[in-house]
Structure formats: structure tokens, C-alpha cells
Design a protein around this ligand. Structure first.
Ligand SMILES: [Zn+2]
Length: 241
């Protein structure tokens, strides 16, 4: 589903179909509504998202279709998948090649801001951790040629209605940005629902649905890691770009 569109905007670089829906669907939807170009690069096709974790090509196809459904719900302008990175085995592939491929994707699109995973990858999944690290290396590589985005954010799940149960890195547990996504929470929910093959996330989806029904404010959190501003952060910033 790649097609030529304007450079700039907000991009997310993540590991699996559904990472975008949990991590940043609301922020992407809000940006899109403001006329900002929104993009997503996913490194694997999620073929290990089977009940027992055994990779299955059919599951990869299904999750790619679910990803496109989620992208429509969010309103993304572009979704890209890398080739050759197995779900659950991204760290087994050459790290430098992954950095190169992410850097090339970013250099072509020149996003103003990039969202990725922090050092514990929210859930501790090794694919999340290596993709977050490779993305930050890719940005540093681009900076050497003056092509770096203005800002890099890592996902901080501390405001998630169903969050608070992960072992997080210091960056991930101290958000600098808190984005009020209440107005687009139904689109985040629709994006999550489109990943129907993944049933182990029902609790988080139920928590979001309950928050929407009780009309509580709903937030996504991020820690800006580039440029880095030392703590303390007296107040949350409320916009990514
Ligand atoms: Zn994931």
C-alpha cells in the first residue's frame, strides 16, 4: 500500500502489525486530522501471532490485511512493510542492514517527527527493542547528512487505560508528552479491533472501551529522546509536531 505522497509529517517505525494501534494510533489520527502526513513502517508481518507462537505464512497474510484495516481506521497516508525480518527473530538478522533499511525509508520520506519503541519496547518483546534501537541508530546516521527528523519520540504507555503492568525503561516511564486522544479514541478502538486474530490483547481493548464509555479523558504518552531535554519536565507537552 505504498504510493508517492508528500514528504514530512509524522512517521512511526514499529515491529509488528498491531503495535501502531496500541502505541500511537490516537496521535497519528489526530495528526492526520490536522492535515499532517502520517506514515507507518512495520518491520515484520506478525506471522508468529498464532495461538502457540508457531510461525505461519497464512497468519502473516491475515495480519497484513488486519494492518491495512487498522491503517484505514486511523487514516494513515502510507503503510510499508520490510521484507525478510521474521516475527520474533528480528534480532537474529544483521543489525546494520536493518539500520540501513530504516534509514533509507526515512530518507525518502523526510518525516518531521518519528515515533518508535524505547529501550524496553513497552512489553519487553525483543523485536520491539531491536526495532527501537535500529530506528534511533538510523536517525543518527541520517543526522550525519543533515537529514534527521526534528524530533524522535519513544512510546511511554503510562497513561494507557490498560497499561501500568510493564517493566519499563526510565525513558518509557517518564513521559515528556501527553497527547489527549479522547476525540479520536473510537478510531484507536476500531484500529485495535481490526487486529482480530490477536486475542491475547482483549484486556487492553476492554479497558479502552470502558474508558470511552465512561467518558474519561484518554491519553497517549511519549518521551522525546531527540533532541533530549534533561528532566525535570515541569509539565507535559501536548503536541508531537
Ligand atoms: Zn509488537
Amino acid at each position: 500500500m505504498s504510493y508517492p505522497i508528500a514528504q514530512g509529517g509524522l512517521a512511526a517505525v514499529l515491529a509488528h502489525p498491531d503495535d501502531e494501534s496500541f502505541g500511537c494510533a490516537g496521535s497519528l489520527a489526530l495528526a492526520r486530522d490536522r492535515g499532517v502526513t502520517t506514515r507507518l513502517l512495520v518491520v515484520t508481518r506478525g506471522e508468529a501471532g498464532t495461538p502457540d507462537g508457531t510461525p505461519d505464512a497464512g497468519m502473516g497474510d491475515q495480519r497484513e490485511a488486519e494492518l491495512i484495516g487498522a491503517a484505514r481506521a486511523i487514516g494513515l497516508d502510507e503503510v510499508s512493510l520490510l521484507d525478510g525480518y521474521p516475527d520474533g527473530g528480528v534480532a537474529d538478522r544483521p543489525f546494520d542492514t536493518l539500520v540501513d533499511e530504516i534509514a533509507a525509508w526515512l530518507a525518502e520520506r523526510r518525516p518531521t517527527a518519528v515515533i518508535t519503541f524505547g529501550p524496553h519496547g513497552v512489553t519487553g518483546h525483543p523485536d520491539h527493542i531491536v526495532v527501537g534501537s535500529a530506528t534511533r541508530w538510523a536517525v543518527e546516521r541520517l543526522a550525519e547528512s543533515g537529514l534527521a527528523p526534528n524530533a524522535v519520540y519513544v512510546i511511554s504507555p503510562i497513561f494507557d487505560p490498560g497499561g501500568g503492568r510493564f517493566d519499563l525503561s526510565p525513558e518509557e516511564q517518564s513521559a515528556t508528552h501527553r497527547i489527549d486522544i479522547t476525540a479520536v479514541a473510537d478510531r484507536k478502538l476500531a484500529a485495535l479491533d481490526s487486529h482480530a486474530s490477536q486475542t491475547d490483547t482483549a484486556d487492553e481493548i476492554a479497558a479502552l472501551r470502558a474508558a470511552i464509555e465512561s467518558e474519561r479523558p484518554i491519553y497517549e504518552g511519549y518521551h522525546r529522546v531527540r533532541p533530549l531535554v534533561p528532566p525535570p519536565h515541569p509539565t507535559f507537552d501536548t503536541k508531537l509536531l
